[in-house]
Structures are given as C-alpha cells and as structure tokens.
Design a protein around this ligand. Sequence first.
Ligand SMILES: [Fe+2]
Length: 281
Amino acid sequence: MTRWIFVSDLQLRPDDAEHEERRRLLIERVATEKPDFVIDGGDHVAGQVNDEPEEVARVAQMWAAYHRATAPLTQLCPVIHSVGNHDQTGSNPTSEEYLRQVGRQGQRTYFAKTIGGVHIASIDTTNGRHRGGFVDRAQTRWLRRDLRASRRARCTIVVGHYPVLVAPWVLAHSVLRDEEPGTRGLLLPMLLEAGVDLLLCGHLHAYERARFETVTQVMTSASDIFSEDMEEKPGEYRVAFDKRQTYARFVLDGSTIRGEAVSADGEIVDAWTQQLLPKPG
Ligand SMILES: [Fe+2]
C-alpha cells in the first residue's frame, strides 16, 4: 500500500501568528497520518510583491513561516511541490525564489517523481502574474514524454496549481483560460489519453472533487479565505464540495485508490474509491 496526502494554498505570510498557527495545526494533523509522501499544490506563501528591499525581506519572512509550519512533514517524508501564482515574487514575476526555497535552485519548475508505484508529474500552470495557463511548448513536450514513461508506474498523478475542470464563471482562474480558448485545451486531452488517475490542484480556496470522463480532479484548500460563489455556483463536473480548510488523503491498495477529504478538525467531508485506469499500450 502507498499512502499520500495532498495540501494546497497554505499561503504563509509574515507577522500573523494566528494565521500561521491554523496552518501549523493542519500540518501537524497531516503528519500524524504517516504518509509515504506529501504533495503541496502551491501558493506556499502569499507573495505579490515588488523588488523593494522591504518586500524582499517580507518574502524571506513568508518562507521562514512556511518552513516553520511544514517542518513536521519535511522531517517525515518527501514533499513534492508545485508552483502557485503567489509563489512568484519580484517586480517581474519569477519562480527563482520559490525554486531556491523548495531546494530546486536553477532547475525547471516542472518535474516528476515515482514513489511506491505512484508517478507524480508536477507541472507549472502559471502564465504570468496571477494568471493560469498551460502554453509553454517545452513543458508540453516534456509532459508528453513523461506521461508515456509513466506507463511503467501503477498510478499516475498530475499536480498543478490552477484547476482544469471549473464552472464557466471561474474560467479566468483556470488553466483553460490561456490554453486554446473555445476548445478542450492542450492539457486535458493529454491527461485523458495517458490514463492519468488523479489531477490535483488548488487556487480557488475550497475543497472540490470533480470528474470528467476518466479523470478525477481534486482541489483542496488550507486557506481561510473563501468565496461564497464557489458554493453557490457549482460547475457541471462537481461531485463533492466543502468550504472548510481541508486536505486530501489517498491510499493505493492493489488496483484501488481510496480517497478522503479531511477538515482541519479531523472530520471526513468526502470519501470515495476509484479503480486504477488501464495504461494505454
Ligand atoms: Fe493561487
């Protein structure tokens, strides 16, 4: 059996002890689950800053708060990161500081790992400041190759900060916004063709499980900032929803994935099982 946890949107910020404490408690609960690995779906910090010295210092404080809050995880198991819009800092938004902070300085923002038969492709779905997209040709070529190679794994996960399956009103916060307007875009057909079992995302500050054909999208939120519209205007692909701080836990047992969403106080707010998809020849 392989166990993993998905968290997103911790959005640590400086000088806010109560905000940090709520995230610390969530992470502490995650650590008690003893997962084989954890995936962080991005917006590790709440950056939206310029290059002034004061702002550079604020970014350093945000990351210090992130590392403090997540220390119980990093001491426990591998943590796989995916870049979010608030992780991009500087007057020209770059991922340089993010890469440095997650131990990938000088490397690409997208990469893959296989742990316990589970292949995880972490993709970069940012496309400019506070804008989602999947348009980079080099990344597209890399993901096609990577998903072909992932056929050797039992289970395939793609994690990217921006969602793909969203209600029409929230399209501006989706990967689809910049992919190929008016079509299914680039990414979704690749996921379906490759037999991707799970698409993990964040950004919209809610828990949502959505399903389109064979792919299950799971969005979680460690954030306290919630838009009522997320509850009141569901998209057609929504299967389950919750507006509390949540994380998702998964177990791969034989050919079955068991998924559960858990609130910060430990209540199971969603539970489901799905069978692994056959990998294309
Ligand atoms: Fe975000």
